[in-house]
Design a protein around this ligand. Sequence first.
Ligand code: SDX
Length: 431
Amino acid sequence: MTDKTARFTTGGDASIELPVLDGAIGPQVVDIRKFYADTGMFTYDPGFTSTASCRSKITFIDGDEGVLLHRGYNIEDLATNCDFLEVCYLILYGELPNKEERRKFGYDVTYHTMVHEQINQLVRGFRRDAHPMALMIAVVGALSAFYYEDLNIRDPRNRMIATFRLIAKLPTIAAMAYKYSIGQPFIYPRNDLNYAENFLHMMFAVPCEPFKPNPVVAKALDQIFILHADHEQNASTSTVRLVGSTGASPYAAISAGIASLWGPAHGGANEAVVNMLREIGSPDEIPHYLERVKDKNDNFRLMGFGHRVYKNYDPRATVLKQSAHDVLTELGKQDEPMLKIALELEKIALDDSYFVDRKLFPNVDFYSGIILQAIGIPTSMFTAIFAMARTVGWIAQWNEMVEDPEQKIGRPRQLYTGAPPRDFVPMDQRG
Ligand code: SDX
């Protein structure tokens, strides 16, 4: 807490002073909790571009410097030296696990990977061509119909069980969505595989023969999970916090987060990037599409570019760009046309003043789709994988919100621009 204050003149000689609060690092905040009571006015911030919604210790982003920290550790170090469950432990509990803590955490996640057999019937109620994200929204929300004790979210033990269930079951549910769409039988999780290997097993194994996950592919997938695990108060995380602030089930809150992530402006961008690269089709076509981007009458956007916070390179994209090269080379797909188009598109865009002036650099979604495509994941599953990885961030932020004494039900106000009060007009007097 600083003794610094911010003074607002509110008309004539009237003014108010509001406290300025310090974070551990990063921008200070003006505490405006008393602003309406003191001034009779609301602040106005559509999209919350200048609004801090909470205190949090989990993730720090410096958009100008391209820095992303989880509990103080930079994302490049975590993505290079850890596995996903190690990062999950860090995000949830605030410290990197020792060997025994990592073993125990992995055991607890592993032994929650199966879903209730009735979930199989639930999935079978969908059309075969249901989008995996639609199915995951429904099935994850439905978990609140299978686990009632978690509904008392004030009990830390209930929150801990819900945390393990969600991290463990999202891959199982996502793989079920894929298997159902291709008419193959659901594959049960295996307790002898790690998190990424198990997901590949549930996605690509068939009952007729043994399946051995490719270690290069598993490692690339594990790193993609790490790079998507949490990202401060993005749209889907803010959705989880807002739903959670009413005391709703954690499964309902995470289901709402999945729904929010699905949008092409958010997590749906990785699927949109690959579709865009397919549409561009050849490096020769790139100039035509860049002209479309600049045409205000054309709503074509360069998917995978731009970010609300990063006004420099997205550090996750830097890691994924290297990983894309390594994985495609390892798989003998280094001449994949899509990678060539992406690299050429990035090169041209980063020299183009339209993108440079608007600080539109590649974001996390630009390269992730190329890697997922190369390892055989169907495009429709890209955002489902983002949701699987982001579940640990969502549930960690949800736990932090529930435990935060300052948090209360989220209920923003508005600037009303509608009709002023007017007399009622009976039906027979209306024009
Ligand atoms: C994620 O918040 C997070 O942390 C999200 C995320 C996470 O980990 O949770 O990082 C994951 O969602 C990454 C972003 C994925 N989305 C996309 O790649 C979709 C394409 N990008 C955008 O639609 C856009 O850049 C946003 C949504 C990401 C950010 O939008 P902003 O901050 O609201 O910026 P804006 O829409 O106001 O754009 C500013 C200017 C505008 O031009 P002008 O009106 O000033 O002339 O930049 C232009 C926009 O038209 N612009 C783009 C563009 N993105 C912004 N022009 C072309 N292509 C783009 N991709």
